[in-house]
Write a protein of this length. Structure first.
Length: 273
């Protein structure tokens, strides 16, 4: 397996296929680089070099008990980018991975990142507060913490229903997709997953969005039951200087999987502009 060792000794697993302009894919909570299969295969066929890593504590990376915060996640990405000597790279993040992308682009990406893509992503900030009255109440994230700590195996199965919109009337429920989500989640560390809930829900990416001047594509479904549309996609697109927003009526949080054909086509078209 391909791994790099970052400064604190944590090993970060990654996949690196093909040649051409690199696209780096950043996965969501509590998954792994495998969640990008539909995009990795598609963009490899389009002549891109495709890279996907497992965030620390997730998938096949070290189950370290430390460093589960956005600054460390972004620093790990920087170590990977340096090790692979990636230049002119496109960084694509889903959900938590979208936060990782924009933090990396702001703190470390100058001269190395050419474009950023945020899909169903957590920025600007998820949790409700006086400055973010449209956010999600902290009690929701406390419940996620409780369910993760006490019975994450069952919780991860249950969570696939709203994640993919499979709880909607008439949904085409694919059991293999649900099992693959569960498989990825259970590969990772319960400690990493528990700590990451705070990272994805409470980190404020407002300044990161304001500070990047590269082109940013924001893709978000209006029926996202995990990262509600109104508090995320449109706000991120307004904050970034050079942003394009594509809204998808009725699409769920997990639209890179359930609506891969549409997402891949639209992303490719934007990259070709």
């Amino acid at each position: 397996m391909s791994k790099i060792t970052v400064q604190d000794g944590t090993e970060i697993y990654y996949k690196d296929w093909g040649t051409g302009q690199p696209i780096v894919f950043h996965h969501g909570w509590p998954l792994s680089g495998d969640d990008w299969d539909a995009q990795m295969f598609f963009f490899l066929e389009q002549g891109y070099r495709v890279i996907a890593h497992d965030r620390r504590g997730h998938g096949r990376s070290t189950q370290t008990p430390v460093g589960h915060d956005m600054d460390t996640y972004a620093a790990d990405v920087f170590e990977l980018v340096k090790a692979l000597d990636l230049k002119d790279a496109i960084h694509v993040g889903h959900s938590t991975g979208g936060g990782e992308v924009i933090r990396y682009a702001n703190k470390f990406g100058k001269g190395r990142v050419s474009r950023a893509v945020l899909i169903s992503a957590v920025p600007p900030v998820m949790v409700k507060s006086a400055s973010n009255p449209g956010g999600v109440d902290i009690s929701v994230f406390d419940d996620i913490r409780k369910s993760t700590a006490e019975n994450r195996s069952q919780f991860y199965i249950d969570l696939t229903l709203p994640f993919y919109g499979y709880n909607r009337e008439g949904a085409d429920v694919k059991e293999g997709v649900r099992r693959n989500w569960w498989r990825q989640g259970m590969m990772g560390s319960i400690k990493a997953h528990y700590d990451c809930i705070k990272a994805f829900s409470e980190t404020d990416f407002t300044e990161d969005l304001k500070n990047v001047d590269i082109p940013v594509l924001v893709m978000h479904g209006t029926d996202d039951q995990i990262v509600p549309y109104d508090n995320a996609g449109p706000k991120s697109a307004k904050l970034a200087k050079n942003a394009t927003l594509i809204s998808y009526p009725g699409f769920p949080h997990g639209m890179p999987t359930t609506e891969a054909a549409t997402i891949n086509k639209d992303l490719l078209a934007w990259l070709k502009k």
